[in-house]
Write a protein that binds this ligand. Structure first.
Ligand SMILES: Cc1cc2nc3c(=O)[nH]c(=O)nc-3n(C[C@H](O)[C@H](O)[C@H](O)COP(=O)(O)OP(=O)(O)OC[C@H]3O[C@@H](n4cnc5c(N)ncnc54)[C@H](O)[C@@H]3O)c2cc1C
Length: 382
């Protein structure tokens, strides 16, 4: 299978994980469970989108289609067992809630035209009010996706993965930036150059590494079409249990955690690049979204405001498996569905590194998300 370990690499040579965000942790944990030695090189854990995301598990509510929908559905199906294993290894809860997601529409015609309408239950205004008491008056129809849900990535999943990794012997270098890649005459990866938190420079030899640098991935491999899409978020403290379902409106969504915390997202700002910080316009957009979706939530006390960078690609699907540098596998570009896709990404990437033959469907998905799929096919001769 493509991406198999180099025969020259003894099994205890650590796999280097370049980036300790959600994909890095998920893959490191999966490899360590399979008996591989793993080192995670992490520049700044707090900047990871894994600590930013709303944690929706929403292939249907997001209206995905084609291979991305298939990837999302395959990951969604794996999530209960994936979470149970992380919880067992960490003794921490991940906050998985199969609570269903409601997508509201201004009309039944808009609802019926939604790309994933056939996977949901159609709601009229009365049905919407029953699912979301207090929903804004503008919404006349809806789709309920009971199979979609959420996980508490910010407060729980990331920490559980970190602890599970540590318990399985994964070694972490926090505050370490990968600043360059070393290659032999054949172009194969031989090492990574580092800058440590104290400013010291070093080179680590390696034969196998996985690029999990999120929105920053193209800084290390410029051929990759990965770019940041900034998102701003906020949270409110609502009464416990007042809202059961996630509401996924156009431009704004409301994600109720079990303790009443309401996570509100998110702006989508490709033009912002890596500019940090909140903006008045971004925060206003979220406030307007709350007022339109659930007016009473506008009176709930504000808790936090934050932002982060989604790793986007031209078709909004991830780059998985072999890339332009032999020995460096790719797990980046998950854009707005990385929490959903972490479970299957870990399986697809770790499988080849552990010598596990993937199923035919897994191999098909790896091929569908190759890094070079955006290149134009050569013009036919003649
Ligand atoms: C506002 C917002 C809302 C979102 N909501 C959802 C949602 O509801 N559901 C969902 O499924 N997904 C959601 N996502 C998407 C999801 O968070 C991402 O797709 C996912 O976290 C990407 O994981 P990653 O590991 O690739 O990147 P990250 O989690 O960003 O991790 C990348 C890590 O790499 C490190 N790094 C970068 N460069 C280097 C380097 N040179 N050396 C060492 N380390 C480096 C960074 O410090 C960072 O910690 C959301 C994202 C955002 C921003």
């Amino acid at each position: 299978m493509t991406g198999a370990p180099s025969p020259a690499a003894p099994p205890d040579t650590p796999v280097l994980i370049l980036g300790g965000g959600l994909m890095g942790l998920a893959i490191a944990w999966r490899l360590a469970r399979g008996g591989r030695a793993v080192t995670v090189l992490s520049r700044r854990r707090s900047e990871a989108a894994g600590f930013v995301a709303a944690g929706m598990l929403a292939p249907h509510a997001e209206g995905l289609s084609g291979d991305l929908l298939a990837l999302g559905q395959a990951s969604l199906a794996r999530i209960p067992a994936w979470v149970a294993a992380i919880e067992a290894d960490s003794d921490l809860r991940c906050g998985l809630r199969p609570c269903g997601i409601v997508v509201p529409f201004a009309s039944a015609a808009e609802r019926d035209a939604y790309p994933t309408a056939c996977h949901g239950t159609a709601l009229d205004r009365a049905g919407l009010e029953a699912e979301i008491p207090g929903i804004g008056a503008h919404w006349q129809a809806g789709l309920l996706f009971p199979q979609d849900g959420q996980i508490d990535n910010r407060r729980r999943l990331m920490r559980a993965l970190e602890r599970a990794c540590t318990r399985l012997g994964v070694s972490f270098e926090e505050g370490t930036s990968v600043v360059g890649l070393e290659r032999d005459a054949a172009g194969r990866l031989t090492g990574v150059q580092l800058r440590r938190a104290d400013g010291g420079r070093a080179t680590l030899s390696c034969r196998q590494a996985v690029l999990t640098s999120g929105a920053w991935s193209a800084q290390l491999v410029p051929e990759l079409p990965v770019f940041p899409v900034k998102g701003q978020m906020l949270s409110l403290q609502g009464p416990r249990q007042v809202l059961q379902r996630v509401i996924f409106g156009p431009g704004t969504y409301l994600v109720p955690r079990e303790d009443g915390l309401l996570v509100v997202g998110a702006t989508s700002e490709p033009q912002a690049g890596f500019s940090e910080g909140l903006t008045p316009a971004g925060q206003r957009q979220l406030q307007e979204g709350i007022a339109a979706l659930l007016p009473e939530a506008g009176r709930w006390p504000p808790m936090e405001r934050w932002w982060g960078f989604r790793p986007c690609t031209p078709d909004e699907g991830p780059l998985l498996g072999e890339g332009p540098i032999p020995g460096l596998l790719l797990a980046c570009g998950h854009h707005r569905n990385g929490v959903l896709l972490a479970a299957i990404t870990a399986d697809l990437l770790a499988g080849p590194l552990l010598g596990e033959p993937g199923s035919a469907e897994e191999q098909r998905l790896l091929a569908a998300f190759r890094w070079d799929r955006f290149r134009q096919s050569p013009a036919p001769l003649g």
